[in-house]
Design a protein around this ligand. Structure first.
Ligand SMILES: [Cu+2]
Length: 560
């Protein structure tokens, strides 16, 4: 960022002259978006790189995005030996200058302290981790997306009491992708994630290393994870979790959206290809992601989904991302050029709130009946952002690039979609009863087995959601699956279809979480193959965390 520093030393009037001069140069070249710079013409004209136009900073995004670094919050740990991960109260400034108590996963590693570290591991490597529960309640870590055995999965059945430990010991069978880890104590998952417990888990393999080399990606610089979380912050800047009334049915919405636990963030990027690994770690909020610059939506390249790279990058302009899902995106900032600013947005959509919580009780614009009674039960706080409302998530400022632009390789990953002909079909029905969402007419029973599948079998699950319901992000533990078909989709989803059978951007590739909209039947193909000995009990559940905590989960036994 030495270019930026050089420019800030200029007086405003000099700076203005430079901006005008550079704009004229771009215009003279007759090319949109600073292609003159991309081809290095400036050097032929003898200009210094620092003469590229600088973006105009928006005071509404005052905070530099927190990116994974060498230590501290989101520091990167390459897993090469045993880890001790402690869930505990930590002190952190979510809002600058306002240190508050929240929860975090703390790790001491090679003399450094990390909170919610980005854990990075090679595919096939062994992981040994001791989880220490220093909370005042039960907890357990679930490795979201990992195809580990049931003992290492972090199913709520394995939740441990306060002041005790759980040992994980597994080999990572997954392909390279962005996975994540979070607590999964039944009834308390939403509270513990909202109060701060969540981290990224990046698996790497040869395909990933080839892509990184081809595009010169560096984690935290040109390969930037974006953890989206709406949180309810009180006036002291502390996260406050206290759902009331219909918030249990519709979801607990934040009064602001944090990116990497940064409030109203900005990020300086250079005029080249950058990668964003976007995780929706919110409790209930769905985002309709798009990049906008100068009043137009930018095309981005879809590189992958929950479970790794696609066979080839696909162009897209927007994508719904529901809680639990990840999307791997590349954006070529040379196409907007130095001096541009780009906004990562969630566009407006119909949140499809579902039924009113009780006869004669309407829902407000945020899908939630404003909590009444119990005056003073919440600390002073701004009201939640309405569900489906447009949100500006982050500002990206484009600076000049020193390295030449490289093209995204045509092929990212070999391997096609496995066939599912002859697979047996299983119907999974979502419904609601007495303000609770259910799977196959039942609420979660920790000890009961709701579904039994023969190990090694291939199945197609037809997940149906009634038209008067609300969207549910359905998550499978222990396996990755393929989305085969989306039928009965609402118009706002149908028009985003990128592939046949109604599939949208976030349905492509391997998945562990799929969003099912009201009125839809979504067919997913799963191969229940693993090498673990004996029966394994996983679960299938909604990743709207209020829904999950209220029992929208089912145990799935893989019978050996
Ligand atoms: Cu749900």
């Amino acid at each position: 960022m030495s270019l930026a520093k050089g420019m800030t030393a200029l007086s405003p009037s000099n700076r203005r002259k430079l901006l005008i001069g550079a704009a004229a140069a771009a215009g003279a070249a007759g090319l949109a978006g600073g292609l003159w710079w991309r081809h290095g013409d400036d050097r032929m004209r003898g200009e210094e790189p620092a003469r590229a136009p600088l973006p105009v900073r928006d005071p509404a995004f005052p905070n530099a995005l927190r990116v994974p670094g060498a230590r501290g919050m989101y520091g990167v740990i390459d897993i090469t030996g045993p880890l001790a991960i402690v869930a505990k109260t930590v002190h952190h400034e979510i809002l600058p200058g306002k240190p508050v108590a929240m929860l975090g996963f703390e790790v001491e590693h090679e003399g450094n302290r990390y909170v919610n570290p980005v854990l990075r591991v090679a595919s096939g490597a062994g992981v040994r981790a001791d989880f220490w529960n220093a909370l005042e309640e039960t907890s357990i870590i679930h490795w979201h997306g990992l195809k580990v055995d049931a003992n290492n999965d972090g199913h709520p059945h394995y939740a441990i009491p306060a002041s005790s430990t759980y040992q994980y010991n597994y080999r990572v069978p997954n392909r390279a992708s962005t996975y994540w880890y979070h607590p999964h104590a039944h009834g308390r998952t939403a509270a513990q994630i909202h109060q701060g417990l969540a981290g990224l888990y990046i698996v790497e393999d040869a395909e990933e290393l080839a892509l990184r080399k081809a595009l010169d990606f560096e984690l935290g610089v040109t390969d930037v994870p974006l953890v989206l979380q709406d949180k309810r912050l009180d006036e002291t800047g502390a996260p406050y979790y206290g759902p009331e009334g219909s918030e249990w049915m519709h979801g607990y919405l934040g009064n602001g959206v944090l990116v990497n636990l940064t409030d109203r963030p900005h990020l300086d990027v250079t005029a080249r290809v950058h990668r964003f690994r976007v995780l929706n770690a919110s409790m209930a909020r769905i985002y309709r992601l798009a990049f906008e610059s100068g009043g137009r939506m930018l095309d981005f390249a879809l590189l992958g989904g929950d479970g790794g790279l696609l066979p080839a990058a696909r162009p897209a302009r927007e994508a719904f991302l529901s809680p639990g899902e990840r999307v791997d995106i590349a954006l070529d900032f040379s196409r907007v050029g130095p001096g541009a600013s780009v906004t990562l947005k969630s566009l407006a959509f119909d949140p499809m709130c579902g039924p009113a919580p009780a006869p004669g009780v309407g829902t407000g614009p945020d899908c939630v009946t404003p909590p009444g009674g119990r005056a003073g039960s919440r600390p002073p706080q701004a009201p939640p952002l309405a569900d489906g409302s447009p949100i500006e998530l982050m500002k990206l400022y484009v600076l000049a690039a020193r390295a030449p632009v490289r093209a995204i390789p045509a092929a990212l990953s070999p391997g096609g979609i496995p066939g599912h002909s002859g697979a047996s079909v299983r119907r999974v029905a979502i419904d609601h009863h007495r303000m609770a969402w259910r799977i196959n007419g039942r609420l979660f029973d920790m000890r009961g087995i709701g579904l039994t599948v023969k190990s090694g079998s291939r199945e197609i699950w037809e997940i149906s959601n009634p038209a008067d319901g609300m969207p549910h992000p359905m998550h499978m533990h222990g396996f990755q699956f393929r989305v085969l078909e989306r039928a009965g989709s609402p118009e706002q989803v149908r028009r985003l279809a990128l592939a046949e059978r109604g599939l949208t951007a976030t349905d492509l590739g391997w998945k562990d979480t799929v969003l099912v909209w009201p009125g839809e039947t979504v067919r997913i193909g799963i191969e229940f193959t693993h090498h673990y000995v004996g029966d394994q009990v996983y679960m299938f559940h909604c990743h709207n965390l209020q829904h999950a905590d209220r029992g929208m989960m089912v145990n799935v036994r893989i019978a050996a």
